[in-house]
Design a protein around this ligand. Structure first.
Ligand code: CA
Ligand code: CA
Ligand code: CA
Length: 476
């Protein structure tokens, strides 16, 4: 492709002469790998208690692991209005303990206990899940004879390199799980996941509104199912293709959120998402490597009387220098459709399903992959093998001026159905430092600042917001 090589050459010339910085924090990447094969293949993982084995040829093996994490936060003016006091100092404390029992790589029983608390909170952050069994599943495999394995029970599901549609956020105090079954196919050339599950919810509802969280339970009559494939044959270039379905058979759902169509009627819904992600290196030489990520998805189906017609696309071009401190710079763009006209029997607001929000759309949780256009510049450096620094800048617009500004939970932060308030939502800067003292202890700290645009001012959020956090994690 002429365009590709021309662009690649141009970018190398430009970027080789810039000494700047990104990191995709390796903690999240390691976590992803660990979840993918569910094993201890990650050498960086803490394993303080030696594996307990017994039986003939050590055919039984028990691993005990856990972590505890404490994060202090300072939240300033998250409501966007200086006149209304909402500043808060709050801490989030989460502990996990897991027992992972395997028999001859054939049978695995995994049990994970989780306790998540919010301390000193003046507001309700919905981040509590006290003394809960977060995951419990049975896995059946026969790795010498078949690439298939089956996992049944309550489990986390994380799919895709970017986890944009299915994730179990690690920054959150509580993590999402699903109740159901998942068949996994793993070979050198292809990873395939087929699943049917019911999403968990932690919400407590008081008079129709979410007021706090408690132990997770299934959302009855809501089903999440699909197929997600990662084609690795042409590595390092990889292609992901997926089909995801989200169906709600409850025709009067008020819990954990109200399920109505644009006309305001309670409704059942079937939302189907088809999409693809493509990524890999574009150009590599002694100076460094230029790489890209491209992705897109289309949603269709119905919600009550409305047809669903929504889409998203994103692209990232990044350069990793072969230099001391491993500087990296990424330019990224994201667009997800918003609804054009309210009440026209056609809904165009993209639904990010159970996707990642933390960090991808800025550290302050004001955005997600719904009615958004954003561009970002992300730089990172690793001054030592233990220290990673990251800085990001994002600018955000609404995709549709008549649809809402959605925060990371999908709640509206303001809407002007006339469209007269424009689309300029604002900009955010965030910086993060991650220090891994050892595999048993790490620290992370960060700060973020949001500067509102015209639209925000017009919907009653004219003032700046700021965020600071410091987090310690102990793992064993
Ligand atoms: Ca305020
Ligand atoms: Ca407080
Ligand atoms: Ca509409």
């Amino acid at each position: 492709m002429k365009f590709k090589s021309l662009f690649g050459a141009l970018a190398v010339v430009l970027l080789c002469n810039v000494a700047h910085a990104q990191l995709h924090i390796s903690e999240t990447r390691a976590l992803y790998l660990r979840q993918k094969d569910g094993s201890t293949s990650d050498p960086e993982r803490a394993q303080l208690i030696p594996p307990l084995t017994w039986g003939q040829d050590h055919e039984w093996r028990l691993l005990l692991n856990g972590d505890t994490r404490y994060r202090a936060e300072n939240r300033v003016n998250f409501d966007g209005n200086r006149e209304i006091p909402d500043n808060d100092r709050v801490a989030f404390w989460r502990s996990r303990l897991s027992a992972d029992l395997t028999y001859r790589r054939r049978i695995r029983i995994f049990l994970e206990y989780l306790d998540a608390q919010q301390l000193g909170a003046n507001m309700q952050y919905n981040q509590e899940d006290k003394r809960d069994f977060h995951q419990y599943f049975l896995e059946i495999a026969d790795p010498d004879n078949t690439p298939w394995s089956l996992r049944l029970g309550k489990q986390e599901i994380v799919l895709g390199k970017e986890k944009r549609l299915v994730n179990a956020s690690n920054f959150n105090n509580i993590r999402r799980a699903f109740y159901g079954g998942r068949a996994m196919y793993r070979t050198k050339d292809l990873d395939l996941d087929l699943f049917v599950a019911s999403p968990s919810t932690n919400s407590i509802i008081d008079d129709g509104i979410v007021n706090g969280t408690a132990a997770a339970r299934p959302t009855h009559n809501r089903y999440f199912y699909g197929a997600y494939g990662t084609f690795k044959r042409y590595q390092p270039t990889q292609l992901e293709l997926y089909f995801l379905g989200l169906s709600d058979r409850d025709n009067h759902r008020t819990y954990p959120n109200k399920q109505v169509d644009e006309e305001g009627n309670f409704s059942t819904t079937d939302r189907y998402t088809v999409g693809a992600e493509l990524y890999g290196p574009l150009r590599k030489n002694e100076c460094g490597e230029l790489s890209y990520v491209l992705g897109g998805a289309y949603q269709f189906g119905y919600n009550g009387q409305d047809d669903i017609n929504a889409w998203m696309a994103h692209g990232d071009i990044g350069y990793q220098w072969n230099r001391k401190w491993k500087p990296r710079l990424d330019l990224e763009g994201t667009i997800a459709s918003g609804d054009n006209v309210n009440g026209d029997y056609d809904t165009n607001s993209f639904n990010p399903l159970f996707g990642a929000t933390d960090l991808i759309y800025g550290r302050i949780p004001f955005f997600r992959l719904q009615n958004i256009r954003s561009v970002g510049l992300v730089g990172s450096i690793d001054p030592t093998s233990k220290l990673k620094l990251r800085a990001a800048y994002h600018y955000y617009w609404l995709d549709s001026q008549t649809d809402a500004w959605y925060d990371s939970n999908g709640s509206s932060r303001g809407r002007d159905t006339t469209g007269k308030s424009g689309r300029d939502v604002g900009q955010m800067v965030d910086v993060t430092a991650f220090y891994k003292y050892s595999k048993y202890m790490s620290w992370e700290g960060g700060a973020a600042y949001f500067l509102p645009g015209n639209f925000s001012g017009n919907v009653g959020k004219p003032d700046q917001s700021a965020y600071l956090f410091l987090q310690t994690t102990l793992s064993f």
